[in-house]
Design a protein. Structure first.
Length: 356
């Protein structure tokens, strides 16, 4: 039942390694050029960051509202000419997402943006989407929440993948506290014509988010600075600041239906820290740890920064502890035979141990 996804995903990996597929490369490059040229004009005139300028462009490019950019007559004419080259109806959502991703990557490089603005690479987003596709194959409706969505790239990448692989357009909810990232995410969703319920709030401060089938997030790692806000959390530290990724996992799973799943990018050493005791204590009786899959070491600067995909399932419904838990490490993306073999092992585990 799950084997067709292996073929689909193998194709996706090949595309990712080549960076851009031959079929859509021209469109991606064209839309990126529209975003980039206009952003540089806005940036230069207003003497502001590339990131802030890109937000303004995303807000106006689809509506062709050049006046909202408040440019000089000369620059307004340039932007009008550039915008006239963009016809939204000629682009699919995934092509637009990849072009926006390229613009965000340029903003990170040009503005030398801090690490927490980094976006989840497509190779990793595709793996998470592949696992979700296998588990939820056959579902007619799905809902998905990211409690720390950043620029929304992970959510939109998975949305587009589920739409293509299992023909489901999930209901989307996302939470983000950072002003700039929230605005960029909102613009990205709008241009891709993906309806989403977005919350410009701090998830730790009791956001009234919906209960969903799936929680997914590339979690920020570090300490949460406001101890007062963590009082209602079982994963809070008994001494000093609490780990924000622990708090967000608890928040997210509190907003997942009984028997629903959470897929989180976490430090691979998550259970080997002094704070792991509180996390494990909360997990007992609340969620099942169904899998922990280390991502290839080649993606990270060092072993300490390596991440893993954590698969949790809420208790209740038809949920049960999978036996065995899916543990392992993805082979190098460059070793396609070994990588495909590992995907087959995941397929077999899902079918025989998780979904029975």
């Amino acid at each position: 039942m799950l084997k067709p996804f292996l073929v689909v995903f193998s194709s996706i990996i090949v595309i990712c390694e080549k960076e851009l597929s031959v079929l859509t490369e021209g469109q991606i490059e064209r839309f990126f050029s529209v975003l980039n040229e206009t952003t540089e004009i806005v940036q230069k005139q207003k003497d502001q960051s590339y990131f802030d300028s890109l937000i303004e462009v995303l807000d106006t490019v689809q509506s062709n509202d050049v006046n909202a950019l408040d440019l000089t007559d000369e620059n307004a004419k340039k932007v009008s000419r550039i915008y006239s080259e963009f016809d939204r109806d000629k682009y699919d959502s995934e092509t637009l997402r990849k072009a926006i991703q390229m613009a965000i990557l340029k903003a990170i490089r040009v503005d030398r943006i801090q690490a927490n603005y980094q976006i989840t690479p497509d190779t990793i987003a595709n793996i998470v989407g592949y696992i979700i596709s296998g588990i939820f194959n056959g579902q007619k409706q799905l809902s998905m929440l990211d409690p720390a969505m950043g620029t929304g790239n992970l959510l939109t990448a998975i949305y587009n993948q589920l739409d293509k692989s299992i023909h489901v357009k999930p209901s989307i909810s996302g939470i983000e506290n950072d002003d700039a990232m929230f605005e960029l995410a909102a613009g990205s969703f709008d241009i891709q014509h993906i309806h989403a319920e977005l919350f410009h709030e701090d998830a730790i401060q009791n956001v009234l988010a919906p209960v969903v089938d799936i929680a997914v997030s590339d979690l920020p790692v570090g300490y949460y600075p406001i101890d007062e806000n963590t009082k209602g959390f079982n994963t809070r530290s008994n001494d000093g600041h609490s780990y924000v990724h622990h708090l967000l996992i608890e928040f997210a799973m509190d907003h997942v239906k009984k028997g629903g799943y959470g897929f989180f990018l976490v430090p691979s050493q998550i259970f080997k820290t002094s704070e792991a005791k509180q996390l494990l204590k909360w997990m007992q009786g609340n969620v099942y740890l169904q899998g922990l899959l280390n991502l290839p070491t080649e993606l990270f600067q060092n072993k300490a920064s390596q991440k893993a995909i954590m698969i949790l399932q809420n208790s209740g419904g038809n949920a049960k502890q999978a036996s065995p838990i899916m543990l392992g490490e993805f082979p190098s993306f460059k070793d396609q035979p070994a990588f495909q073999k590992f995907l087959t092992e995941i397929d077999d585990w899902q079918k025989k141990d998780l979904l029975q």
